[in-house]
Structures are given as C-alpha cells and as structure tokens.
Design a protein around this ligand. Structure first.
Ligand SMILES: Cc1cc2nc3c(=O)[nH]c(=O)nc-3n(C[C@H](O)[C@H](O)[C@H](O)COP(=O)(O)OP(=O)(O)OC[C@H]3O[C@@H](n4cnc5c(N)ncnc54)[C@H](O)[C@@H]3O)c2cc1C
Length: 275
C-alpha cells in the first residue's frame, strides 16, 4: 500500500468520526480482508477501528447486539446467536473468519458475502453514524450499497438481531465447490407461535449482491399454520420473483427452478418440529 501515508488508531467512536471527517482520503479499516487488496488509489489514510471497543456480542432488551468489529470467528462461537452461529462456522475459512468483521462484511456486500442475506432475513437493525447516529432496518440498510448510504466519513457501529432462541433460520447455496462464488444463495427465517408462522422472511442473492426479499411468498405464510400446500405456494411465488436469474455457470431456468426448490426445502426444515 505505497500510497498510504497515515495509519490512525483512534480509541473511541467519537475520535474515529472526527478523524474521518477531518480530511478526505481517509477510510475505515476493519478486518482488512477486502480493503488491503482493493484499496482505492485516492485513499492515503486508514482509520483502524480495532481500538473502539466494538468487538462484543451482548444480550440486550430481549435482543442480541453485535459490535461492528466482531469477527465471524467470534460469531461462530456465540451461544447467544443460536442458528446464526452455526451458519457462521460455514463461511469462508478459519483464517479468514478470524479477520472478517460483521461490519466489513455488510458495508460492501459482494456476491459471496454471507451476512447481508442472513441479517436481512433476521430483520436486523443497523446503527450508523452518517453523520448523526440513526438506526436503519435491514430493508433500508440494504436498499443500496451501505458504504454509499453511510458515506466515506461515516461509521457502522452496531447490528442488533432478535432473540435467536426463538428464531428458525436456514440457508442454501448453489455452488460448484465449497469456496465457489454462489450462483444463488437463499435464506429463510421465521418464528413459530402456537404452530403459526410469524416474522416470515424469505430472500435470495443471485447476480446482484444485495438481498432480494420475496414479500409475496412471505405473505402466504405469515400468521398461519404452515401446511405443505402453503409452503408449495410460497415456493411458486419465489420462482415467479426469480424469473430473471442468470449466471455463466448455470442456466437461468435451472436457477429459477432451484430457487423454488430451496425455498420449499428451507421452509419445510424451519417448520419441522425437530428444527
Ligand atoms: C479469499 C477470500 C474469500 C472470502 N470468502 C468469503 C465468504 O465465503 N463469505 C463471506 O461472507 N466473506 C468472504 N470473504 C470476505 C469478504 O470478501 C470481505 O473481504 C469481508 O467481508 C470484508 O470484511 P473486513 O472486516 O475484512 O473489512 P475491510 O476489508 O476492512 O473493509 C471493507 C469495507 O468496509 C468498510 N468498513 C468496514 N467496517 C466498517 C464500519 N464499521 N463502518 C464503516 N465502514 C466500514 C471499509 O472502509 C471498506 O470499505 C472472503 C475474502 C477473501 C479474501
């Protein structure tokens, strides 16, 4: 990184924001797994976020708060994250999980980024400072690339997910090998209240890295006992939403069919009594 002339290590969020705003050409550095290989030439200063105390996982007010600098490795070990922890164990490789942070993973979603889709179906909230502190829903946060929404002098500091003890979460990817870029990544989350499905979220990532929700499929199951017929109808609604899928490795028709197949399988897994 020959054009980097400043490496700044603030010890509070307020100081980090001050340093980022003080002059253009500075950028936040989290795990560095993306930034070190793709640093824009106009960036001359890095603001290291590792001293801000943002690496935590805490139960709070019936939810779970994650500091933006929490690594995938820490998430993978966190009992409080329930099924999300299990899915984090399957992301990237152990050396990469030790470095990748939840903040870095969601700020610049790529087609292989695991957390944007999972946090979208979990209806996570995102605390940003851009420049004032505000909380965005997952739908608002992923409406466009979060790094653009937050801006070069802003920060993401916290992500809040619901109480994971009651959430059922599942996902599937279409890949040729474990470390392949997925052609399709589908996820489902819901809760069961007296056998009725609540907070149903169904979404996918295909050729665009931002998650696409399938509200027509979600609405078929929200508040009702999820029967096999309703699950099949939700799968058909998902296929209709994925009509324009394409990828150089698989035909659009195959991906579209598999979107429906995976939605049906994931919903069936999530509502099974043993889930
Ligand atoms: C070989 C390889 C394989 C990978 N495989 C996977 C995979 O299978 N699944 C997966 O999910 N990921 C995978 N990744 C990781 C992914 O591609 C990104 O590199 C990673 O998500 C970036 O996170 P980071 O913490 O390293 O962020 P950095 O590289 O430090 O930063 C990324 C961007 O986010 C900004 N940023 C970071 N944190 C904040 C914040 N708190 N507030 C504001 N801006 C911030 C930075 O300024 C920068 O623009 C892989 C990476 C590599 C190199």
């Amino acid at each position: 990184m020959p054009h980097i002339t400043e490496f700044l290590k603030p010890t509070s969020v307020a100081e980090a924001l001050r340093l980022l705003r003080a002059q253009p050409g500075r950028m936040p550095l989290a795990g560095g797994t993306f930034l070190t290989a793709h640093l824009p030439k106009k960036i001359t200063g890095l603001v290291d976020l590792s001293g801000l105390g943002l690496d935590y996982i805490k139960r709070r007010d019936g939810a779970v708060a994650l500091g933006a600098m929490t690594t995938l490795a820490a998430m993978a070990q966190a009992a409080a994250l329930g099924p999300l922890a299990a899915l984090c164990r399957d992301c990237a490789t152990q050396p990469l999980r030790n470095a990748i942070t939840v903040g870095g993973n969601v700020m610049l979603p790529l087609r292989w980024s695991d957390l944007p889709l999972l946090l979208s179906v979990l209806r996570a909230d995102f605390v940003i400072h851009a420049p004032r502190q505000k909380t965005l829903s997952a739908d608002d946060f992923f409406r466009s690339v979060p790094a653009k929404t937050v801006g070069p002098a802003g920060l993401l500091t916290e992500i809040v997910v619901p109480d994971m003890r009651r959430v059922r979460l599942a996902r599937k990817k279409i890949v040729r090998a474990h470390d392949d870029i997925p052609a399709l990544h589908v996820a489902v989350a819901l809760r069961l209240e007296r056998r009725r499905a609540c907070d149903v979220r169904i979404a996918f990532v295909a050729q665009k890295p931002l998650p696409t929700r399938v509200p027509a499929a979600e609405a078929l199951l929200e508040g009702v006992v999820p029967t096999a017929a309703l699950i099949a109808a939700a799968a058909a609604a998902a296929r209709a939403a994925g009509a324009a899928l394409s990828d150089f490795r698989f035909s659009g028709a195959y991906l579209n069919e598999m979107l429906g197949v995976h939605v049906r399988r994931l919903l069936t897994d999530c509502v099974s009594p043993s889930a």
